[in-house]
Design a protein. Sequence first.
Length: 190
Amino acid sequence: MEIRKAEYFKSVFDLKELPQDNFSQIAFAGRSNVGKSSLINTLTNQKNLAKISKTPGKTKALNFFKINDRFYFVDLPGYGFAKVSKTVKSGWEDLIENYLKSTPNLRGTIQILDSRHPPSQEDWEMLELLDFINLKYLVVLTKSDKLSSQGLSDNSQKFKEILENDNFVFFSAKTKAGGNKILSWIKHLL
Ligand SMILES: Nc1nc2c(ncn2[C@@H]2O[C@H](COP(=O)(O)OP(=O)(O)O)[C@@H](O)[C@H]2O)c(=O)[nH]1
Ligand SMILES: [Mg+2]
């Protein structure tokens, strides 16, 4: 699949504001700073579509991007940033959880993890939620350019054991490695 057109559509702070159309949605989830914006920018071939925030946790909304005039990428708020208050944090978590549970047009989620580290407590909560609601998802392991080839094969084995499957793709925003695999997974969902 080729992404010919990608544009910012809207930011949703309340599920009542979800787009009222029938376009499919693909969500992107991950902890702050994991490389979610960089992944969206790479897949869409745009330098600054999803603003790469230098301030972790700045994105508090569900950010909708319209792709090829026919589906949406949905950038979910990054979780796991300690510096926000509990109340603000649980607000985002509810928004993410309710969105994932109750959006018929949502076809699947890209769950982003750091290729160098095992999943955090919050990553596990997301993975369990995705399993629980039976939503299709692909695990994307970012920043793979920071691993040596030995590190890649070691961590590939580790993630196979940790996730108990091989439904993951190593990705690098720097080299674009893995991008085409992710796009074909998305194409099959649409
Ligand atoms: N080397 C490398 N750095 C990355 C990659 N993806 C993201 N980064 C860096 O990680 C930081 C956080 O990235 P960003 O996309 O803003 O993360 P987000 O908070 O999840 O949206 C930035 O400094 C990026 O340049 C990658 O694949 N390789
Ligand atoms: Mg971001």
